[in-house]
Ligand binder design. Sequence first.
Ligand code: HEM
Length: 638
Amino acid sequence: IEFREIQDELDKEWASKSHNKLHGKPQEHRRRYPFGKEQNPHAHVHSRKRLGCFAEFPATSVNIQDIIGAQVAQILDDETLSDDAREHVIAEIALGVSSALLSKKHFLQEFEFPKELCSFRPEPVCDRQAKYREISGICNNLDRPYDGSAGTTYSRILEPDYDDGIGQRRSKSKAGGLLPSARECSLKLFTNTTRFSQLFTNYFVIFGQFMVHDATFAGPGNDKNGKQISCTCNSVDSDGCVNIAIPPNDPFMSDQKCMAIPIVAEGFPNHACSLGVREQKNANTHHLDMSVVYGSSKALSDNLREHNDGLLRTTNVKPLQEYLPTLDNGKSCGDGDPTVKCFIAGDGRVLENLVLTSITTQWVRFHNQLARTLKKLHADWSDDTLFEEAKKINVAVYQSQVYNDYLRVLLGKTLWKKHFSNDKPVRYDPKKSASVWTEFASAAMRCHTFVRSFYSRATRDYQFIDQKSLKEISGRATIAWDLANGGLDAIMRGAVCDFGSSWDLSFSDDIRHHLFESTGNFSTKRFDLTSMNINRARAQGMRGYNSYREWCGLKRAETFEDFDDSIDDDRIQQLKDTYAYVYCQLKAIEKYSHRSFMCDTIETDTMQADPYRPRSIDGNSASSCKKNTPGFDFSAWK
Ligand code: HEM
């Protein structure tokens, strides 16, 4: 049977089940967003005090260096602390001091930690003649050596909005009420009515994930002992956890109280150890330099290399079919079967799904093909030269594929042409920061709506073999080692035939209700990726949707109806329902009339319509407080 026929059948079946009501308006009807606009000058940081060790610290005329110096010096002297732990503790102190000095915001921005206190991160000396890039990304930009390097913080489009103005997860709506739990939002706003897109393959989808993993890894934070924070449902935000509460009537998760989630590692905004609000740290280099294949640290990169002929380490399955190297510590990635070893690569998420593993494997294979050919051309080149030259070509081919092929499909031809066409080639601009925007990593680029539930395998001549569920290919390598059925190559052949799931409000149940279920790797049983995305944005101080409307040139919405310039009516209703109580609270406050207030708060039988104006004015006569005087509507507070 032709593979495509099966695919068509499956797609028709899904299409008949789905109804497209929730699909957004076509792109042409949406307003165009200005590209690269300046930061919103009206964005501001709220100034509420954070209670911490420096809360009582007077905000004026203090020699801050003296005060923090003693504490930090002690931390620097403590040889038992790892660099990460030290950075964490100093960041905490910086946050504490920031909170105390919040009213002196200009001071915070100008203040720099004394150099000796930042000695854990020495100023690098860049070799201006260096021919190859550092694996950590340091010195890519010779004028700003740390720019875009691994372990530096994300940048932001808009200033953050934390509950305490410093670093606490945003939990309140602008009307003042508590935001609904991210899981409630997910349950109310999203569906599982999968529609496939005829415009892109599943390979396109997972290549996106590969590219994203190259550019950003917001890894978990460490505690003060330098150990990765681990959270349970008893953990609170001050433990470094940003758990998501699960409503008791949850249709899929009622047997667990929460999703336990550690915060993202925090760091200094500009590596000069300046004070400021909480910023998150990218563990990978921000550049498109294949961190996923080569790693973001010298130690990992060295571990991934053969150290012979410029090659990367591989596991040879059969001639010309190289797999990633495996962990030789006896750990199984096949439900306890010791023969199913775990793969290692430049990024720890490589086994997130086997299509991702396959794509990573492809680029390792290509590196080795390049190195072998270069060796034939230049028999005298050393291992290092062969490695660096092969890496350079590999990364360049990959970058070309991202800009010329991937972005063309992601953005659509029109938008792509506008920004990336040949008459306006994109050129490196050393003045622009290479660091990834937090808005990109924690919101915009989280293309999880594209993710399918089932993944096909195909033979060499593209005959359909079977489909595996996301669960079967996620966090497990078993299918990769099913060599009789083509191993990883069968999965890649399936991925170029499978359609991706379309961009809409539908998410696969496997990621919305069953993520990581049965892996047993986490303290809570299962996760919902869509609510994790909402929660991350809140935890990382991303401002609400309205602020980004303004940044995009749209009017700030005052009512839900104002969203109708960019959101369909049925969606607006859903948003209203989800955030209903906040909305209803606001409405109740607005509805409570001044006249009712007067009747409720003084002993009187009558009151004029507008108490600010005399009763003698036409139309403002007094009437009985017992008639037409609705009391305050408490229903939204129940
Ligand atoms: C099987 C498919 C996928 C799974 C199971 C998956 C799962 C995850 C998980 C668990 C996270 C971490 C969430 C958090 O802690 O906040 C994450 C983050 C993310 N995902 Fe996915 N993902 C998938 C596919 C994709 C695709 C196709 C894209 C984009 C094309 C994407 C983009 C992102 C981005 C940008 C992040 C944030 C990364 C960071 O900054 O660390 N993901 N994903």
